[in-house]
Design a protein around this ligand. Structure first.
Ligand code: ADP
Length: 191
């Protein structure tokens, strides 16, 4: 069993379901006594990246900052869950190079459905020109080519997406299977 931390990096359009999946996944991991921390793009922009714009350059700075923190945490045995649009393939790959156990999860949802959900009312603002450079409308989103996991949130439930990610983590030996009686801290102490 791997006794290191890891970073689960959820990428996808606004409203695709990254935060919703992250929260449930984090709860599941904590229930298994795994030390877990979430880095949500929206929250990071209020603190670590306050004042950054949505230009390509600033988007990249934001992602690299999140990647830097995720690398620090995950090398100290923390299970990190990042939810950030992270629209650029090269920047995601750059982050991948700096994090030892990097798991890219593509939270995939057609833009029509994201727009129908319009959780934060941002699509409406983007369509009416109140917000400029909105990913998927007038700014690009580069789809992952070979993500470790893909969750199609227009077709599957939140629960099944979370199960799929947990299954990947179990099969890749990042976390013990739930039937295993040995707790996460006990396992780390043994290794
Ligand atoms: P993001 O973090 O990607 O911007 P959110 O998680 O904030 O997206 O919002 C996604 C919305 O879609 C939530 O209101 C959530 O309840 C809803 N939703 C519907 N089906 C799913 C699903 N299968 N997976 C994730 N979210 C879903």
């Amino acid at each position: 069993m791997n006794n290191e931390g890891f970073t689960i990096w959820l990428t996808g359009l606004s409203g695709a379901g990254k935060t919703t999946i992250s929260e449930m996944l984090c709860k599941e991991l904590r229930e298994r006594q795994a030390p877990c921390e979430m880095l949500d793009g929206d929250i990071v922009r209020e603190h670590l990246s306050k004042g950054l714009s949505f230009s390509r350059e600033d988007r990249d700075i934001n992602i690299l900052r999140i990647g830097f923190v995720a690398a620090l945490l995950s090398r100290n045995r923390v299970c990190v869950i990042v939810s950030a649009i992270s629209p650029y393939k090269n920047t995601r790959n750059q982050v991948r190079q700096t994090i030892k156990n990097f798991i890219e999860v593509y939270v995939k949802c057609p833009i029509d459905e994201c727009e129908r959900r319009d959780v934060k009312g941002l699509y409406k603002k983007a369509r009416t020109g109140i917000i400029k450079s909105f990913t998927g409308i007038d700014d690009p989103y580069e789809e992952p080519q070979q993500p470790e996991v893909t969750c199609c949130t227009d077709l599957e439930t939140v629960e099944s997406s979370v199960r799929k990610i947990l299954r990947y983590l179990e099969l890749a030996n990042y976390i013990p299977a739930p039937m295993d009686a040995v707790s996460w801290p006990e396992r780390q102490a043994r290794n």
